[in-house]
Design a protein. Structure first.
Length: 185
C-alpha cells in the first residue's frame, strides 16, 4: 500500500514475497562493494588503539585473529582447548558450582515433597482469590502459586499467593526480604 505521495507505507505487507530483479541485485552489490569498516580511512586518536585492545583482554579472541597471543588456552580442570581466555571451560564451571557448591544452595529443600493438600483445586482457589493476577507486577499470564514462608507443607490459604513465573523466580533470592514484603500486605 502507498500513501498520497506514492511512497510505500512502512510495515505494510504489499511487497512480501516479491524478489529483486537481477538489475536491482547488481545495483545493490555495486553500492555495497568496497564497503570499509568504521575506522578504515579515519585518523585514530593517539592511544585509542591501546585502549581498544585493553578492553578486549579476557574476552573472546578467535584463534586465527592477529591479536591471538601465545599458545591455545586450555581448561585447568579437563585440559580441553578453549577459545576464550578464562581459567576453566563452561562445562567444568557448571560441574564445580553444582549442588552444595552453588551460591543459592538452600540445604536441599527443593527436593522435599509437597503436602498432600497441595492439589489443583487449592491452587485454582488461590488464583481465583487473587483474581488471576500476579500480586507483585500485575501480570495475568503464566501464573503460579507461591508459599510465602517457603514451607511446602504449610498450605493454608494465608500462606499462599499468586505470582507470575518471572516474579516467582525473583522471590527465590533474598527470601527474608520477600517474606517480610508479603506478610505486610
Amino acid at each position: 500500500m502507498r500513501n498520497k505521495k506514492g511512497q510505500f507505507i512502512k510495515g505494510h505487507k504489499e511487497r512480501v514475497g516479491l524478489k529483486h530483479s537481477n538489475g536491482t541485485k547488481e545495483k545493490i552489490g555495486l553500492k555495497n562493494k568496497g564497503h570499509k569498516g568504521y575506522w578504515k580511512g579515519k585518523n585514530i586518536p593517539k592511544g585509542a588503539k591501546d585502549k581498544m585492545s585493553e578492553a578486549k583482554i579476557g574476552k573472546y579472541v578467535a584463534e586465527n585473529s592477529p591479536s591471538w597471543k601465545g599458545g591455545k588456552p586450555r581448561c585447568k580442570e579437563c585440559g580441553k582447548i578453549i577459545s576464550y581466555q578464562k581459567e576453566i571451560c563452561y562445562s567444568c564451571f557448571a560441574k564445580i558450582n553444582k549442588g552444595e557448591n552453588h551460591y543459592n544452595w538452600q540445604g536441599g529443600i527443593s527436593f522435599e515433597p509437597y503436602s498432600v493438600d497441595w492439589i489443583k483445586t487449592l491452587k485454582r482457589a488461590i488464583k481465583e482469590r487473587d483474581k488471576y493476577t500476579c500480586q507483585i507486577c500485575g501480570e495475568q499470564e503464566d501464573l503460579v502459586v507461591h508459599h510465602i514462608d517457603y514451607d511446602k507443607k504449610n498450605c493454608s490459604p494465608d500462606n499462599l499467593i499468586t505470582l507470575c513465573r518471572r516474579c516467582h523466580t525473583k522471590t527465590n533470592y533474598n527470601r527474608e526480604k520477600w517474606e517480610k514484603y508479603f506478610k505486610k500486605q
